[in-house]
Ligand binder design. Structure first.
Ligand code: ADP
Length: 452
């Protein structure tokens, strides 16, 4: 355009074209050029604005608005490609965010403690259960802190260090008994994962303290049970063998047969108690709850135990107000409770002692505080129980004096059965005792069904 304008001016100067024409053409040309330049400038500005908007959208991790560029020129096509690429990036970003949210939700809901570390053991991520397990603040930012600084227990530190050295191609797992920050049994596992930035490690810690204590309880139970069974069985064997070999003295024969009968009874009692306890523990026989007259419960039990008491020289008394309200319970199970308690009271009270079976209205205690109910109380003037033993009496096979309990025909399961029945009734159990003065066992049962 400029050479044409110069040519026009030269022609004008030589007089070939009139100045007016030159001026007019130049003015029109300049005007058109100006209009074109303004239009072009506007288009560039809009493009710049669109590019700016795409950049802002990317910065804010959102989809850019789709004002479709004119892609007839290379700039427009580049703009269109940029928009497409931005869409893809945001799509990927959104799906990554979704995956991260899902992962976080999973980690949050896990009861296991999960810690992900980088290759030097620095924490990248840890869930709420891990914070709780290692007594860390709920809000603290522990990223980049070495895991072994978060858990101060040497066994756990050893496990972390050892797994980071040796797990690159597999899974390490171990059971750890830690003391810091609290005594716990942990099932720990570590797995290495490859990331573009090098290996990372996922540590999972599972609190198996309860499981371990169940295992110990079960092992103790089996060992106690074996012991309980072995004693009467070896007596049965021994005396039966002697009788088979032949005993001349009829008095000795009768004594041996008596022992055999006593031991067989003991075994039968033990089996009965075991079945009762296991039924109660497994909830096999649900309670038949109904309104029960407390007087009947204690009188029926006392009646059954009267003969046994008399044989051992024990006076048994029943105390119960006439206007006592009914309680809400399972008649047979409560009968079993009273039999066990009266049996104990008679067993552990010397001759000429007294046993009282009493029922009286009483508000509950502990969880049942202030609730109206009935207390079934058995007290005796017997040998009493050392204070240190009282909290353990309801454990299976726990006895203050094992040999004496056996000699008296005890199975060591009576109070465990009582405790279970009381628990099923949402009731409470209290054992109070003074050595050489006597023992009082109180069972509290609510008067009405528990509000559900
Ligand atoms: P056992 O069959 O041995 O009596 P229990 O579970 O009924 O088993 O009782 C556990 C232990 O509690 C008894 O071995 C005994 O040492 C103690 N005990 C229970 N009741 C009394 C009581 N009234 N007086 C003294 N000791 C008792």
């Amino acid at each position: 355009m400029i050479p044409a304008a110069v040519l026009l001016i030269v022609l004008g100067a030589q007089g070939a074209v009139s100045y007016w024409v030159v001026a007019a053409v130049l003015t029109v040309g300049l005007g058109a050029g100006l209009v074109f330049a303004i239009a072009l400038g506007g288009a560039w500005e809009r493009r710049a604005e669109r590019l700016d908007a795409v950049a802002s959208a990317l910065e804010e991790r959102r989809m850019p608005s789709h004002v479709l560029p004119d892609d007839r020129d290379p700039m427009g096509r580049a703009e269109r490609r940029l928009l497409g690429a931005a869409d893809k990036v945001i799509d990927e970003f959104e799906s990554l965010t979704e995956q991260r949210d899902e992962l976080e939700a999973i980690l949050r809901s896990m009861t296991e403690a999960v810690v992900v570390t980088g290759q030097r053991g620095e924490v990248i991520l840890l869930n709420g259960a891990a914070r709780k397990m290692f007594a860390l603040g709920a809000e603290g930012d522990y990223r980049t802190t070495p895991l072994i600084e978060l858990c101060r227990d040497p066994r756990l530190q050893d496990f972390v260090e050892h797994s980071m050295r040796s797990t690159l191609d597999g899974v390490a797992s171990a059971e750890l008994a830690i003391q810091i920050p609290a005594p716990l049994h942990l099932g720990a596992s570590a797995i290495a994962i490859r990331t573009p930035r090098g290996p990372a490690f996922v540590f999972v810690f599972h609190d198996i303290t309860r499981l371990k204590s169940y295992e110990t309880l079960r092992a103790d139970f089996i060992s106690n049970l074996t012991h309980e069974l072995r004693t009467p069985l070896s007596a049965l064997y021994g005396y039966a063998e002697t009788l088979i070999r032949g005993v001349d003295d009829p008095e000795t024969v009768s004594r041996f047969l008596n022992i055999i009968e006593r031991q067989a009874r003991r075994l039968a009692r033990l089996l009965d108690d075991l079945v009762s306890l296991s039924d109660l523990e497994r909830g096999l026989t649900p309670l038949k709850l109904e309104a029960v007259a407390p007087r009947r419960v204690i009188e029926e039990a006392v009646e059954l135990m009267q003969e046994y008491g008399a044989k051992r020289g024990i006076h048994i008394e029943v105390k119960c107000p006439d206007d006592i309200p009914t309680l809400y319970g399972d008649r047979d199970r409560l009968h079993q409770v009273m039999l066990n308690l009266i049996d104990n009271a008679i067993k552990y009270t010397p001759r000429e002692g007294f046993v009282t079976a009493e029922a009286r209205p009483m508000v509950g205690w502990n969880d049942a505080a202030e609730m109206p109910g009935i207390a079934l109380i058995v007290s005796d003037t017997g040998e009493g129980i050392p204070a240190a033993d009282i909290p353990r009496l309801t454990e299976r096979f726990y006895r203050v004096d094992r040999a004496r309990s056996r000699e008296l025909g005890g199975t060591g399961l009576g109070l465990a059965i009582v405790k279970h029945i009381v628990q099923l009734h949402h009731g409470a159990l209290k054992i109070e005792s003074r050595l050489r003065e006597g023992t009082t066992v109180s069972v509290w049962i609510p008067q009405a069904p528990p509000a559900s």
